[in-house]
Design a protein around this ligand. Sequence first.
Ligand SMILES: [Zn+2]
Ligand SMILES: [Zn+2]
Length: 271
Amino acid sequence: MIVDYHLHLRDGAGAIDHSVKAVERFVEVAAARGVDELGFTEHVYYFRETRELWDIPYLSERCRFELDPYCEAVLEAKGRGLPVKLGLEVDYVGDRQDRLSELLAPYPWDFLLGSVHWLEGEAIDQQPGLWAHATTEDVWQRYFGALVELASSSAVDVLAHPDLAKIFGRRPEPDVLARLHRDVAQEIAKTGVCVEISTAGLRKPVGELYPDPDFLAQCVSRGVGVTIASDAHEPELVGVDFELALAAARAAGCETVAVFDARSARLEALG
Ligand SMILES: [Zn+2]
Ligand SMILES: [Zn+2]
């Protein structure tokens, strides 16, 4: 089994397209690349139902779509027998996480991705963002602190791009990084959430898969489940570089992939 469990529904030109037609375009590319199942995971801040959560202009400006048509497009495709799952990429919002979960509760999610993109109004994955005010080690500590908090919240099922803090290639000293990998993997393992192996990092300044091989191995050795993801924002990127993701999973000792239905995971043989 090969899944691509991190996808943003767009048309060929990159515009938001929450339609069955758009789902079909992603499914066609998946079939050509040998990907068995797709999980659509639009950013949570695109949806008006969550408007009360967003005070950062980057997020509130994008908050203009509705959850019902999005869910219906994916569910209709699923009903027609296409191999797709309904998900969402849910942001870390600190002490408002429970409120966000409450707003999302009425919808039939197969799984929810958890992402830390913002900390106290400043971006991790944009520059200058958080990097302008904090040391590299401080950014990493705070990033992983938020990731563990999100994993523990029961708001999400899979952690997206788990070491996103490396996006610009800035990392703490090796001994600090090794300790963070070990401690964070230990905390994630206690929560039961999975981590994704994402090929998106290959297309970012760091030029690597998320997560780091050592971090992934620390997670896998503690029993953390794994999904595979492209984070495609266009159909052409479905399943891109998955040979590298599969090799990374195997190198970390992982031979299974987590498959989700109604926020419940089962393990299937990877590949
Ligand atoms: Zn993300
Ligand atoms: Zn994404």
